[in-house]
Ligand binder design. Sequence first.
Ligand code: SF4
Length: 335
Amino acid sequence: MKTARYYELGRRDEVRCLLCPHRCYIGEGKTGICRIRKNIDGDLYLTTWGVVSSVGFDPIEKKPLYHFYPGSIIFSIGNFGCNLRCKFCQNWQISQEVPADVHRLRKHSPEELMKMALAKNTNIGVAYTYNEPVVWFEYMMDIAEAAKKEELKNVVVTNGYINPEPLDELLEVTDAFNVDLKAFTEEFYKTQTISKLEPVKDTLKRIRRSGKHLEITNLLITGHNDDTRQFTEMVKWIAGELGEDTVLHLSRYFPTYKMSAPPTSLSLMEDFFDIARQKLNYVYLGNIASATGQHTYCPKCGQKVIDRSRYNTWVNGLDNKGKCTRCGHQVVKHL
Ligand code: SF4
């Protein structure tokens, strides 16, 4: 438990959390939508500070990040809770349910986590992932500051639903983001996630302006966000606002949690890959056995520069500065 940042006193005994665009009013003894930020005697607390739901080393490609130290591994940490209610959540056991005895679960101080992270000398940093890290902001920031001192990279895997002020603070310690852009309509965000699209677009623009590394994931769900016109609009927006070098991961959906639509077809994934490639230089397909959308090609000369097979990665066509060995084009900035 730790006193939260970003809140103000509300009406009567309420407090108002200002961390994410929900701006929850929280009554005495209650938690906000994320279930882990609680009003206790008129102060707001993060109830899960120090609690770890999952921890381990993952390939960086699993986040997914394909242009940030490709082929490396990263120490990855999850906590509990989420500020969204996605019906298709793949990690709902930790995001949508918080154990009643959460305080009795495994606890790790930032210092203990650093010891674990540094135990593997090939590890490049710490990823805040598995559930939405924005909602355990104070714990994430404490770990991220400890990681910076150890010269480790910080990677945030997020839905992007955060207010500008805490985001600016997060940007100071973060090296790379993967942001889930779940669809491109307010209707989808409202009915499928209980949030809004516009703040996520603002987050993406803010990250881009900061110069921090950014990749985007879009989960394609049969019958829900697979409209060609909306997808084309989304890709155009990414190319126009964030740049045509923005990395986009199209991820295949499988039925899970409260969503029972059939899995996304291989042909739809490949069609959408082709649409995205018309505007963006780096598009990948995830969660799928397909020869399409796995490798990285130089957008200038077409040479294959990174080979991938599941989470195995071979950087064959880049020099040590991330430039194509055939034409000198800068493909990857972090190698
Ligand atoms: S972080 Fe949680 S408590 Fe705060 S506004 Fe968002 S959902 Fe509400």
